[in-house]
Each structure stands twice: as structure tokens, then as C-alpha cells.
Write a protein that binds this ligand. Structure first.
Ligand code: GMT
Length: 390
């Protein structure tokens, strides 16, 4: 198939999923065309079967807001026609599905069919899409899509309720490449001492916790610091904070307040998180909302269980007490106590780490999820084919 993919190319869950999907599809022999504002950050630009088309937005003194959506629609239509794309797959409804709708109409006027699929990732529905200025057009574009997928049952149900959308929504969960996201003992032995000390004759090893996000308020990074401060008071521990965003300086201030700044590695945005995650013993994901929780899945694939909040689609990934632990949003005391207890109980921590890896492998590996996308593409293409008259 020849597939056009549009996403936000910067750091963020939807962009990661879209890029990894493109990489996996290209690996399986499909021609993948990324139509984005810049090259998605996980691409090198040299992958076979992957093509990148930059959307450039011309500015003009009259434009207070340069119309990216229109430039994107134009580029989508051009690329689709030039490369005879079979379909467009847009990630994150706003504004990508609206641009795809325009591109489809532009090509229809020229007698060509271009179906498009919208994948809903979360904040496009739970936050941004509910803003009155975006809701009607987002709902319209979802209803006009030739196919709609959501990354969890929770997001599908929420979209139906909140948007009163009646169209069929296919659930295709987030996925992870289990060969890339895996704990390699040699690599861990070599890299972990950079972040946490090993056991000595007199001192136990330091426990290593990790948090990975875009540091937006929805991630509650301050709760991560609060929990870690309590853990660090109870046992020798360090924290890797991977990512950056609006709440980073608040997190730094809170770390200073609790005097744990020297125990925290503020690593900023990192490309190879698959090398960092396996170094940790435990992930903290205390989000206000997660439609799925890709960061926790990536950690679990690396045999790192998560302490997370019981929100959105997280319970579809984390089975409380089996492969991780779930708490109410903001319940810092319970999360801290649970983390301390678990980190002191090596056999239970080990069992949870094995269960976490098994969940990722059995249910969310790319090798299981990508065929689901392929068959959905085939269904959408088949039902949007023009009927030939005799
Ligand atoms: O929250 C983020 O990290 C960004 C956001 C996005 O769309 O870029 O992530 C959403 O999509 C991810 C991939 O499908 C999901 O795993 C996240 O749970 C979801 N975030 C929220 O729902 C808050």
C-alpha cells in the first residue's frame, strides 16, 4: 500500500505512535509518505520505503496567523496525486482531520479517490476538542473521516459520549517494538552506574525511578517529585526525569524545596529512551488523564513496572497489583508508601517486572498491532472504492 501519514512531528505520544507505525509499515514493504511540518524526530531520513514531504507555510504581512491547515491540505492533495496514495492516515484530530477532509475534496473534484483515517490519541478529544472553538469542526471532521480509530476503549467511549459521534470507531491500542524496547543486562550493567550506585559491602544499591513525559500540567510532574522526595527519605534512591515542557521549572523548584535536587537527573528530551528506561526499577506516571499511557507501555516492555493513576485507558494496560500499581489522581501518600514497600521487596518487584514485560509482549507488541492497522486500511480502501459501472 501507499500510505500518507500526518502527525505532530515533535515530542509527544501521538507523534511517536505515528512515526513508529510508519517505520513498522515500511519494514513490511509498504511505501510510507510522512506529510508533516518537519521530519518526525524518531526518523533519520534514511529509512527504506519512507519518504518525507515538508509542509511549508508561507507568511504574508496580512496573515496574523499563517494558515498551516490550508498549506497542509494542499500538500496532502499534491503528494496523494503525485504518488498515487491509497489513503491518508492522520494522527490527532485537530487540525489534521480537517486538512485531510479538504484534500479529499480537492482530489474528488479531479475525479480521484482519497480516503482518510483519523486516529484519536487523547487530548485532541479530552482537552482541546472540548474547547467550544474547536468542538464543532472536530466533530464534523471525525464524522466525515472514512475510518476512525481510537487508542483505547475508554477514548472510543468518551468520544461517543462527549462528541455525540455515532460513526464506528475501531479501537487499536498503542504498541511497542518489543525487540527495541527490551532490557539488555549487559547494557544495563554498563550504563546504570552513571545514574545510580551499585551495592557495596556497607551500602545497599540505590533504587532508580523514572518519569517520561512532555511535562504538561496533565502529567502532574509535581506529584512525581512529591512521591520521589518521600521515597528518597526512606531509602537510597535517584530519579531520572526524561522530557521537557511547561512544568519543568516548577518541578525543579519543588525538588529544591524538598532538597532532592542532587538526587534527580533532569535529562531533558532524549531520542533513545529505549536505552534509558531499562536502567530503572520503577516508573512513575501520576497523570491527571491518559487515554492509554504509551510511556508506561514502553517502560513495561523494558521490564519496568509503573505506579500510575487509575484514569482513562490506563487500566487497559496496567492490571493493578499484577503488572503495576494503580491509584487515585493526587494520592501522593499512597503512591509513596506503595513505591517504598515495593522497592524494599525484591521478589515482588521482580515478579511485577516480569509480568510487565509479558503484558507488553503478549498484548501490545508491534507484531500484533500493526496487522490490525493493515487490515483496517484494507477495509477502508475496499469500502471507499468507486463502483465501476458496466
Ligand atoms: O500526553 C501526551 O504525551 C501527548 C499526547 C499526544 O497526543 O501527543 O498523548 C496521547 O497519545 C498517546 C499516544 O497515543 C497516549 O499514549 C497518551 O495517553 C495520550 N495522552 C493523554 O491522553 C493525556
Amino acid at each position: 500500500m501507499k500510505i500518507g501519514i500526518t502527525c505532530y512531528p515533535t515530542y509527544g505520544g501521538s507523534g511517536v505512535v505515528a512515526t513508529e507505525l510508519g517505520i513498522e509499515l515500511a519494514d513490511r514493504g509498504h511505501q510510507v509518505h510522512f506529510i508533516t511540518s518537519s521530519q518526525p524526530f524518531r526518523l533519520t531520513g534514511r529509512e527504506a520505503n519512507i519518504h518525507f514531504h515538508e509542509v511549508s507555510v508561507s507568511t504574508y504581512p496580512l496573515f496574523e496567523y499563517p494558515p498551516y491547515d490550508l498549506a497542509l491540505a494542499t500538500r496532502m492533495a499534491e503528494v496523494a496525486e503525485f504518488y498515487s496514495l491509497d489513503l491518508l492516515h492522520v494522527h490527532y484530530a485537530i487540525p489534521h482531520s480537517v486538512s485531510a477532509l479538504l484534500a479529499r475534496q480537492m482530489l474528488a473534484a479531479r475525479g480521484r479517490t482519497l480516503p482518510f483515517i483519523t486516529t484519536l490519541h487523547g487530548t485532541d478529544i479530552t482537552l482541546v476538542g472540548l474547547d467550544r472553538s474547536y468542538l464543532p469542526i472536530t466533530r464534523f471532521a471525525i464524522e466525515q473521516s472514512d475510518g476512525v480509530t481510537a487508542i483505547s476503549n475508554h477514548l472510543r467511549d468518551h468520544t461517543r459520549e462527549a462528541f455525540e459521534v455515532t460513526s464506528e470507531i475501531e479501537v487499536i491500542h498503542n504498541f511497542v517494538n518489543c525487540d527495541v524496547y527490551v532490557r539488555k543486562p549487559d547494557l544495563v550493567a554498563a550504563m546504570r552506574p552513571q545514574f545510580a550506585t551499585s551495592a557495596t559491602a556497607t551500602e545497599p544499591q540505590e533504587r532508580l525511578l523514572v518519569h517520561l513525559s512532555n511535562f504538561r500540567p496533565v502529567k502532574r510532574v509535581q506529584d512525581v517529585i512529591e512521591v520521589f522526595a518521600r521515597v528518597a527519605r526512606a531509602l537510597p534512591a535517584r530519579l531520572m526525569l526524561i522530557g521537557d515542557g511547561p512544568d519543568r521549572s516548577a518541578a525543579e523548584q519543588l525538588a529544591l524545596h524538598h532538597n532532592v535536587q542532587d538526587r534527580i537527573h533532569f535529562l531533558g528530551k532524549q531520542d533513545n529512551v529505549n536505552e534509558l528506561l531499562p536502567l530503572a526499577d520503577l516508573m512513575l506516571m501520576p497523570s491527571q488523564m491518559e487515554s492509554f499511557g504509551l510511556a508506561a507501555l514502553e517502560a513495561m516492555a523494558c521490564s519496568v513496572p509503573a505506579i500510575a493513576t487509575r484514569v482513562g485507558g490506563v487500566p487497559e494496560l496496567i492490571d493493578d497489583q499484577a503488572n503495576g500499581l494503580l491509584f487515585d489522581v493526587g494520592d501522593i501518600e499512597s503512591m509513596s508508601t506503595a513505591a517504598i514497600t515495593l522497592l524494599r521487596d525484591e521478589p515482588r518487584l521482580k515478579a511485577m517486572s516480569v509480568a510487565a514485560r509479558k503484558t507488553a509482549q503478549d498484548r501490545f507488541c508491534a507484531s500484533r498491532i500493526i496487522p490490525h492497522y493493515e487490515s483496517y486500511y484494507n477495509r477502508v480502501i475496499a469500502r471507499t472504492q468507486p463502483t465501476t459501472s458496466r
